[in-house]
Design a protein around this ligand. Structure first.
Ligand SMILES: NC(=O)C1=CN([C@@H]2O[C@H](COP(=O)(O)OP(=O)(O)OC[C@H]3O[C@@H](n4cnc5c(N)ncnc54)[C@H](OP(=O)(O)O)[C@@H]3O)[C@@H](O)[C@H]2O)[C@H](O)CC1
Ligand SMILES: [K+]
Length: 309
């Protein structure tokens, strides 16, 4: 579909939703009429993925860098590092400074890790309409991870739809939005109430705030988080459940995600989380892990994520 036609359709969709904002039906946006909560296959296994790769020969081992055997990366998940907000920020500074990464690179890997973890934990059915996934993206890089994840989820057989209430003019975010639009991923102009979300979406991705969140939630996001608290549709949080204190975790009125995909390393606020928990962000060089004394799980083979719980 040409850009102009798809833009017109998107405008129509957003307008239609605005007009129906009282007693609204999402039929216009979701004409299939199918129950969107149906049909996710049960996870095949809750165990971490097996290695499945042949052991390297002794000669190969002798030329492997120390990286694959570095003590910072361990198969034991019980003593991994949980980061403070300051540590997470400092690691980011190093990655983008001395290590020369760009935000585009890491955000792509982060968003791909999120989509991969979702595909492992909530595999799409092979013979059914693609499951609808609501992506709630915030104004910072956490929101950018959500936009990237939406694109990969579409490739993986889901039907993502994005709520992105506070957009910035930064080129990276404009580009991510455009990429989603060109993949015919819809943007919603408002967040539907919980009952509509529950009836129309199989999953919700919380990409509002990550480790850059400073409590308390400002007024512009209070209603959004209140609505999300009422979702029965399972929520997958990116890096940090939005509204949680990065270090001390949830409070009484916090969202309760079914799953969290931590990035780089889990944050301290996740220490008592008992839901499904994956780690992604396979880009930390050994020397950086050593510098911050990070204990991280080993990613087996070609895996982009590791299941922690
Ligand atoms: N190294 C990695 O692992 C990578 C992680 N990535 C992801 O990036 C986020 C951190 O991104 P950052 O942009 O630093 O921060 P957030 O997206 O978490 O949040 C910042 C925005 O949120 C606004 N904010 C902060 N507090 C509040 C509040 N109380 N109420 C409302 N809004 C709030 C803040 O607004 P300002 O006006 O204060 O600027 C920002 O707009 C990390 O968690 C990962 O998900 C990268 O994608 C890749 C590398
Ligand atoms: K989040």
């Amino acid at each position: 579909m040409s850009g102009i036609v798809s833009c017109s359709l998107r405008y129509f969709t957003a307008t239609a939703i605005r007009r129906r904002s009282s007693g609204l039906s999402l039929q216009t946006l979701f004409p299939s009429g199918a129950s969107l909560t149906s049909g996710l296959r049960a996870p095949t296994s809750s165990a971490p993925p097996s290695h499945g790769t042949p052991s390297p020969s002794p000669s190969l081992l002798s030329v492997m860098s120390t990286s694959s055997r570095n003590s910072s990366f361990s198969a034991d998940h019980s003593d991994i590092t949980y980061l403070t907000q300051e540590q997470a920020t400092n690691i980011d500074v190093e990655l983008f400074g001395d290590y020369g990464f760009t935000i585009d690179q890491l955000m792509e890997l982060a968003g791909l890790a999120v989509a991969t973890a979702i595909a492992k934990a909530y595999p799409p059915p092979s013979k059914a309409p693609p499951p609808k996934v609501l992506i709630c993206s915030g104004p910072g890089n956490n929101g950018g991870d959500g936009l990237v994840a939406a694109r990969h989820l579409k490739w993986f057989g889901y039907d993502p739809c994005i709520f992105y209430p506070k957009q910035t003019a930064k080129p990276i975010f404009a580009a991510l939005r455009r990429q989603c639009e060109e993949m015919e991923i819809s943007f919603m102009s408002f967040l539907p109430d919980a009952n509509l979300v529950d009836n129309n979406f199989t999953l919700a991705v919380d990409a509002l705030f990550g480790f850059g969140f400073k409590p308390p939630v400002r007024p512009e996001f209070v209603e959004v988080l209140q609505k999300m608290c009422r979702f029965k549709t399972p929520i997958v949080s990116v890096d940090v459940p939005s509204g949680w204190d990065v270090e001390t975790g949830p409070h009484q009125d916090s969202i309760k995600p079914d799953m969290v995909v931590s990035l780089t390393a889990p944050k301290k606020g996740m220490q008592n989380f008992h839901g499904k928990h994956y780690l992604g962000g396979r880009y930390i060089p050994d020397s950086l892990a050593a510098k911050f004394n990070l204990k991280l799980p080993r990613y087996p083979g070609t895996e982009l994520v590791v299941q922690l719980g």
